[in-house]
Design a protein around this ligand. Structure first.
Ligand code: M6R
Length: 614
């Protein structure tokens, strides 16, 4: 949830750190702060609100220049989002500074112990306890890394910690448990960050840290141990995108850029997965064909938009692979008693690979001996490491908090998995699988076509900016699309928006319909005649009650014309692929409407891009 940057090198650390924070602000923007070490003294600056407030404060009162520093952008958990609770936090003497992402669950007991021992804590955060614990440990060890290891052994919960000590101007120490931290390896300089985006302008060489590891970052190199000081294994990798991918590239918002990138993202996710013979090869699956043949049930776990991708996956898996498939909100999964066995395949979908609810669901499934497959967009993140296999989406970095291109690529990934299982288990003939793959390969063009026709959708969105509520209806795979449309509108426009299965409407929600209420309806292809005709009836039912109907229907579908106050056309594609084209207008709609209301669509209020607490 929070963004963390650490730097040691030869450049002005403040510039490196603040530039890194700007790239991590999507992770949290309740407050921002930095700590610099110069001439044996630590100096900090912090401000509530977005990074711009900190920049203004630094312009008014510059910090001493140094070449070692760290910074933090916060999504508040413990303590209000004010200056006092902003990170970094320091010890009593102001010689140790700490930043933190996660939640230290035993902080209350630690705080009491520290106060009884004479420490004066100045904030309401769980983090500050760590600065004072380090202060105590440094008295006996004199070594910040060893002090950090000792402190970490006492902490419960999830944390990434980064600390500096006035006594060593060549050392930044990091630690991680259940929360992301990557090392950037440079020449005479090294970096720590929650996400490679923070240092990608300086180096593309990274090291993935494992669970319960402590890293010592010096100008000359990087040392990693476990919490007991034993040398730890790490994984080095090269980041396959560059700094331009993490910049707006002329767009006003990252979200606009990411919506526009969808045809390329869909194409990249298909790349290399369709063999010359038309068969699918999913090398990184690391689950053998024999194991897939033994699977008797699939459970999908995910949150938010990724959960909606999971709901669509269910239709594809049951239809093509002929396997029962359940879809579960990751945050609920481990609190009931899901029936899992060695022949259950659990698929966890997460753009970031760091969502704590998804990680805890994966761990729960692991304990029950299920096989685990991750769908993830971020190389080096935690989720792929905890699964038996992974299918990476190739959306590139998604910076806007609202997920767009990641969602479309997750859909491609689930189609590939469903078709692959069908191929392996023989639930569809080879030529049927081949025909679907051919159609899937055409989807980037179709998404591009949709993007070319969005001006009327933008105009519609602007005209509805003062509405209080919008409903979304769909059937079959159109139902999760309706949920996704409503989620986008809620998170960006802060409006009441709800998605319903159109058939459920008459069981209660139809009471919400009143004259003029905008209702967006996703119409299935005409080829699914029964579904299609039923939703056309549903449109008539709501229109009869005064709703303003906004209908998304495939080209050539004239049957909806008499009942649509506004008609949005999408290309005709196979039913299961339809979410790839029907979601796009809903993304554009939400983005434009929120912008018309004056909202920052990249950083909606109260949210953070990766939710690393439960
Ligand atoms: O990184 P993840 O895919 O695990 O994130 C899951 C949700 O937090 C995320 O999709 C969220 O719902 C988005 N902000 C929606 O746009």
């Amino acid at each position: 949830m929070c963004g963390i940057v650490g730097y040691v090198g030869a450049r002005p650390a403040l510039d490196v750190v603040v530039e890194g924070l700007a790239r991590l602000e999507y992770r949290g923007y309740d407050s921002a702060g930095v700590a610099m070490l110069a001439d044996g003294a630590l100096a900090t600056a912090k401000r509530a609100g977005k990074l711009v407030n900190l920049r203004e404060a630094l312009a008014e009162e510059p910090l001493p220049a140094g070449t070692l520093g760290m910074g933090h952008t916060r999504w508040a958990t413990h303590g209000a989002p004010n200056d006092r609770n902003a990170h970094p936090h320091t010890d009593c003497a102001g010689r140790v500074a700490v930043i933190h992402n996660g939640i230290i669950e035993n902080f209350a007991a630690l705080r009491t112990e520290l106060e009884e021992g004479g420490h004066k804590l100045r904030s309401d955060t769980d983090t500050e306890a760590v600065a004072h614990l380090l202060e105590d440990e440094l008295k006996t060890t004199g070594d910040l890394a060893e002090a950090m290891r000792r402190v970490c052994r006492r902490l419960e919960g999830a944390f990434t910690l980064v600390a500096m000590h006035a006594g060593d101007d060549d050392l930044v120490v990091g630690a991680r448990r259940n929360s992301p931290l990557v090392v950037g390896v440079g020449d005479g300089e090294n970096f720590l960050a929650s996400d490679v985006a923070a240092f990608i302008a300086h180096t593309r060489d990274a090291i993935e840290l494992g669970q319960d590891q402590v890293v010592e970052l010096r100008r000359s190199g990087v040392t990693v141990t476990d919490f007991h000081g034993r040398p730890a294994e790490t994984k080095a990798y090269h980041v396959d995108w560059d700094v331009s991918a993490a910049e707006k590239g002329g767009y006003d918002y990252f979200m606009l850029k990411e919506i526009a990138e969808q045809p390329r993202a869909v194409a990249d996710t298909l790349l290399g997965r369709i063999g010359a013979d038309g068969r699918l090869t999913l090398d990184e699956m690391r689950i053998s064909d024999q194991e897939l043949r033994e699977v008797d049930k699939i459970i999908i776990v995910a949150c938010g938009t990724s959960y909606h991708a999971g709901l669509i996956a269910k239709y594809a898996i049951e239809h093509w692979a002929g396997l029962p498939c359940e879809v579960e909100l990751a945050s609920e999964f481990r609190y009931r008693d899901p029936i899992l066995s060695r022949s259950t395949l659990v698929i966890a979908i997460s753009q970031s690979g760091e969502t704590m609810d998804a990680l805890m669901a994966v761990r729960h499934a692991r304990e029950q001996h299920a096989k685990l497959l991750g769908i993830c967009n971020v190389n080096g993140s935690t989720l792929p490491r905890e699964c038996d296999g992974v299918l990476y989406t190739h959306a590139g970095p998604e910076i806007a908090v609202a997920s767009t291109k990641a969602f479309l690529t997750q859909l491609v990934a689930v189609y590939l998995i469903a078709l692959y299982i069908a191929q392996v288990r023989g639930t569809k003939f080879g030529d049927e699988v081949f025909a679907m793959i051919q159609l899937l390969a055409k989807m980037p063009e179709k998404v591009d076509e949709v993007l070319g026709t969005m001006e009327p959708v933008r105009a519609l969105a602007r005209s509805l900016a003062d509405e209080k509520s919008v409903l979304f209806l769909g059937r079959h795979v159109g139902f999760p699309v309706a949920l996704e449309g409503a989620l986008k509108l809620k998170e960006l426009a802060y409006m009441h928006a709800e998605g319903f299965a159109a058939g459920e409407l008459k069981h209660g929600p139809i009471a919400l319909i009143e004259p003029g209420l905008p209702v967006i309806v996703v119409v299935p292809p005409r080829s699914r005649a029964v579904l299609h005709d039923k939703i056309v009836s549903n449109i008539q039912e709501i229109r009869a009650r005064g709703a303003r109907t906004i209908v998304i229907a495939e080209e050539g579908d004239t049957s909806v014309e008499p009942y649509a106050d506004t008609l949005i056309r999408v290309p005709a594609v196979p039913t299961l692929f339809q979410p790839l084209v029907t979601t796009v207008p809903l993304q554009v709609f939400a983005c434009e409407l929120a912008t018309a209301k004056g909202h920052d669509v990249d950083q909606p209020r109260n949210l953070a891009k990766s939710v690393t607490v439960e």
